[in-house]
Ligand binder design. Structure first.
Ligand code: ADP
Length: 408
């Protein structure tokens, strides 16, 4: 007689499972297969990307420089290492479907070698190099006919003087490979200041980017997601307000004429296609006082200008970035509500933010995001987004909430 499972005596079943009779048999549950994404960088953008990864059942692992990094503190699986070490990047990327980046500061040669070894880098080395090197981005954009501020490479006071004589004082001199937040941006207003330049690090040993000083009427960022197959999704334009070179507030939608926003969106789309960007691309632009748009900077990967998308848009930039790098269908970018975001910058008593948090949480339409960074004076510790009926009202609320949370 043929034996079916029902014919097996229970004691035999127990021993077949390797457990003594009387104990419950051990059942091996297999996890659903999931997509695996490795991200270089473990700051707050990686932390927020992880929240989206959890929603989508994606296994995210990050390459962290320190166990104090914002994503690591949040419990994101990580590997400690350096973004400039090929071995560390490879170890993080082992088994991943794609490798993506929170910041672009990975040497090009490592990226090329990773591609040669068969890793899928999203974005790829060419696009990423434009985010890493502002001078290169300027050259590529202007050669392709996109409007950019007048610029020149400079490596000596006499180069800067020549540029200033041609374009007029003041001029802006930028470290083309600096991190964000305006740290490498210097406004030089006269010849007297030149003697101090190119004397000591970080001025020595590199070419800098000199730019005409733009009379800025408004600054905006266009976020666009692009898949490797070339599908794109454009977000509503974000207007950015800077304080001391740091983006302090975001307005979504931007309070700018529709014709400007349309033109900015078309430019961003052409740049995304022309540079073969994958994932989120942020195109930062100036609107000058003559009403002309100039492209300032390209950034690849989730971007702080897109923070309001978490609550204000149908698909957050973090979900969208993951969808794009995995070549999954992109989500709608429709605005659900006018929004504004204010950064939470640590004051003399930065630890007070957590204590005051409940005050802000009691207010409808207000969303606080804390990054768990070291509570340092002057450091970006989080952001607050307010959703309201108009951008102006949202800005007022976001500013009031930031003041409440960070007041000394
Ligand atoms: P970072 O990448 O460090 O943020 P940016 O190039 O975006 O540096 O510059 C930071 C801020 O400095 C800009 O948002 C803008 O307010 C100001 N800035 C930069 N370049 C110019 C320029 N050419 N003319 C006038 N202001 C500028």
């Amino acid at each position: 007689m043929a034996r079916g499972p029902g014919d097996v005596p229970s004691s035999a079943l127990a021993s077949r499972n390797g457990v003594a009779s009387g104990m419950r048999p051990r059942v091996r549950l297999r996890r659903q297969p999931s997509a695996k994404v490795a991200m270089v960088g473990a700051g707050q953008l990686a932390r927020m990307t992880h929240q989206a990864a959890v929603d989508l059942g994606i296994d995210l692992v990050v390459l962290a420089e320190s166990s104090d990094d914002s994503a690591v503190v949040a419990g994101v699986p990580f590997r400690l290492g350096s973004a400039t070490s090929l071995a560390d990047i490879r170890a993080t990327a082992a088994g991943a479907d794609v490798v993506t980046f929170e910041h672009p500061f990975v040497p090009s040669r490592h990226l090329r070698e990773m591609e040669d070894l068969g890793y899928r880098l999203r974005p790829g080395p060419a696009a990423l190099s434009l985010a890493r090197d502002k001078l290169k981005a300027r050259k590529v954009l202007s050669a392709s006919g996109f409007p950019v501020p007048a610029f020149a490479p400079v490596s000596s006071p006499s180069d800067v003087l020549r540029f200033a004589q041609e374009h007029g004082w003041p001029i802006v001199v930028k470290n083309p490979r600096s991190a964000h937040d305006g740290r490498g941006v210097h406004v030089i207003d006269s010849e007297d200041r030149l003697a101090h330049l190119f004397v000591q690090p970080p001025w020595t040993g590199r070419v800098w980017l000199a730019e005409q000083f733009v009379e800025i009427a408004a600054e905006l960022a266009i976020l666009i997601a692009r898949t490797a197959q070339g599908y794109v999704a454009l977000y509503p334009a974000v207007q950015t307000i800077q304080r001391a070179g740091i983006r302090s507030h975001l307005l979504m939608p931007a309070l700018l004429p529709g014709s400007i926003i349309k033109q900015a969106g078309q430019m961003a789309k052409s740049i995304a296609d022309g540079t073969d960007a994958t994932g989120i691309l942020a195109v930062e632009m100036f609107l000058d006082t003559r009403g002309e748009l100039l492209v300032n900077e390209l950034t690849l990967g989730p971007h702080d200008a897109g923070h309001a998308t978490i609550e204000a848009c149908e698909t957050s930039e973090f979900h969208q970035h993951l969808r794009a790098v995995l070549d999954w269908p992109l989500g709608a970018t429709t605005l659900r509500s006018a929004a504004a975001t204010a950064n939470l910058i640590g004051g003399p008593d930065a630890t007070g933010i957590a204590a005051r948090l409940p005050l802000a949480l009691g207010i409808p339409g207000v969303y606080v995001h804390l990054y768990s960074g070291a509570a340092l004076h002057g450091r970006k510790l989080g952001h607050v987004t307010a959703l309201r009926g108009s951008t102006e009202e949202a800005l007022e609320t976001a500013q009031a909430m930031a003041a409440l949370l960070t007041k000394p």
